[in-house]
Design a protein around this ligand. Sequence first.
Ligand SMILES: Cc1ncc(COP(=O)(O)O)c(C=O)c1O
Length: 311
Amino acid sequence: MFDVSKSVVQEIEMDSLKRRGIRLLVKRDDLIHPIVSGNKWRKLKYNVELCQARKKEGILTFGGAFSNHLVATAAACQSLGVKAIGIVRGDELNKDSNETMKQCSSLGMQLVFVSRSEYKLRYEKAYIEATSIKYPNHLIVPEGGANYHGIIGCQEILQEVEQEVDHIFVAQGTSTTSCGIAMSLKENQQLHVVPVLKGYHSLSEMSKLFFQAAMDEQMIKELLKKVKVHGKYHFGGYGKYTDGLLLFIQDFYQNHRLKLDQVYTGKVMFALLDVIQNNSFDNSTVLFIHTGGLQGVSGVEKRSGFKLYAK
Ligand SMILES: Cc1ncc(COP(=O)(O)O)c(C=O)c1O
């Protein structure tokens, strides 16, 4: 299994925050593993355990052409000696289409490319049943590891933090990570979620996942009271970015030696500093969850001409 003790809590020093008595801490889940990094192992851990406990041959999961989750599943399955099947959106693709696909394939994942219309069926009961007949003896894990076991794994992130923390900031894609964190909040803590998709309905997506975790309506209501959504930091939508965001990531690395990515963590850190600047966070401790995602950065550097982590 992967070593979560590498995920330390690190303090970022900034004069502007110090003057207001604000401490900024970072939970370094990005350090867990170079590929099965950040929230990826959190979401896979109990799915992999279930696969082994049920003596399944492997894991079958879903993802897009640039999915961090597919690569992480391929790497985790390879190192644990179980098979991996990836159902990929886009039947125009193949195993050499991009670095993500090449990496999945070299890690031994069997890639199955399906049309966009077939991919849309991935949450339908009948489709899941047909898939499990077609690929027998595989544990089916939804896109992004968004299931009960994924949430339970993400609950452990905050439990490892010994410091007293008032505010927690995290990115949202499928909401699995934020649901796990919300479930482990202490009474006085507030969770700030930053959806990276445009028009994402954070609270209703979280509710749907909480239902899967067998929660009742009252419990969900109570948990969501502690969640604040910051919906204007998607920079155009999923995978989109601006030169301003890339400059911010570059500058942050220059000043603090912390690598952020342009899809998830860069947007969250940008949001965190903006929200702190414009709200009353004085004399509090803020925790940023570093969910990884750094493996996609080299492609962006090539396309944009920006060197994000210049020495
Ligand atoms: C690096 C990174 N951070 C954050 C997220 C968002 O997590 P979630 O999908 O659990 O909301 C993802 C997507 O899984 C991710 O790859």
